[in-house]
Design a protein around this ligand. Structure first.
Ligand code: ZN
Length: 323
């Protein structure tokens, strides 16, 4: 059921029905042992993968960058910092404040406790955030610290996307916003997840963007029961026998060995030429740029998604050529 839910509604459902279970107690129990939070993170990633229609081997960072959600470990630290902000508020019960001071004194004497755990998890982030001393800490400062942790999460996710060659279509992308100029945004519910309403087309464009499609360049990357070695990139050739690498660009723009594919492409190019005339003269050197240009536009993305769905179906209809 989740797989065909529109992502916007799926996200609401996640925040209302799943997230409360995953963050329960995060304000008072700090995840000082990463192993213990792993089981909760698995629930989060499994739900988000299903919502996007991705498999278990899909990369983790795009689950968050595409749906506009923050990874659970960061969210739990932010909730703990909000709780500390509540405890240091003069309006809060002095007993709660006294307990916090007690754990801070333990920390100053190198003993374990709430404060030490919180300082530790913040220092172990990919981009660490320092927890200042309790003296002088105010609710506003705690809110600023929570923002720093949020920024650390964004930097982490941005770094993961930019460092992955598989996510080349997402590198330095500008999000096409409805009434504003395109902007670089790390976390947001992406335009294609809202605009492409056909679930099959939406899953096809998502798989294309995060490299979880059925083309050989991706499929032959993995070992399987019948194919025990990873195939070198230049041997992942087109299943229709044209000796080119079976990449996204080859399948969408250049493969001419399958009549059905060529006819399907003709219809796509005719529909797209009014938006971007370069689609008529696309060549290997600018194919990725043309493709990205058509995907990251609000008025063309539905057509690209539909075309990607049809192309993947054509390739799925033929057995891959394993070397
Ligand atoms: Zn081909």
């Amino acid at each position: 059921i989740i797989g065909n839910l529109p992502p916007k509604e799926g996200r609401i459902l996640y925040m209302a029905c799943v997230d409360p279970h995953l963050v329960s107690g995060a304000d008072v129990v700090i995840d000082s042992n990463p192993k213990l939070v792993e089981s909760l993170e698995k629930v989060q990633t499994a739900f988000l993968r299903r919502l996007l229609g991705l498999g278990a081997y899909s990369m983790r960072a795009p689950l968050f960058t595409e749906l506009g959600l923050i990874p659970l470990s960061y969210r739990r630290i932010i909730l703990a910092l909000r709780y500390v902000g509540y405890l240091v508020d003069p309006k809060t019960s002095p007993y709660a404040r006294a307990a916090l001071e007690d754990s801070y004194n333990l920390y100053l004497n190198s003993h374990q406790g709430y404060w030490m755990d919180l300082a530790l998890v913040m220092s172990k982030l990919r981009y660490p955030v320092a927890l200042p001393g309790l003296t002088g800490l105010t609710p506003d400062l705690c809110a600023d610290l929570a923002k720093e942790v949020h920024k650390s999460a964004l930097k982490h996710l941005d770094g993961e996307v930019q460092a992955s060659t598989r996510l080349y279509l997402l590198h330095d992308r500008l999000e096409p916003l409805k009434d504003e100029a395109p902007q670089k945004i790390t976390l947001i519910l992406r335009h294609y997840l809202e605009l492409v309403t056909n679930p099959n087309h939406r899953k096809a464009i998502t798989r294309l963007l995060v490299s979880q499609h059925p083309l050989a360049i991706e499929r032959m990357r993995y070992k399987s029961r019948y194919h025990r070695v990873e195939v070198p990139r230049d041997l992942r050739v087109c299943r229709f026998g044209c000796r080119e690498i079976e990449s996204v660009e080859h399948a969408l723009f250049f493969c001419k060995k399958k009549t059905e594919l060529v006819e399907c492409r003709r219809g796509f190019v005719n529909a797209m030429q009014g938006f971007d005339p370069t689609v008529l003269t696309v060549a290997p050197w600018n194919a990725t740029r043309v493709l990205r240009g058509l995907i990251f536009r609000r008025d063309t993305v539905c057509q690209v998604a539909k075309y990607a769905y049809k192309v993947f179906a054509i390739f799925n209809g033929e057995v891959m050529v394993w070397p």
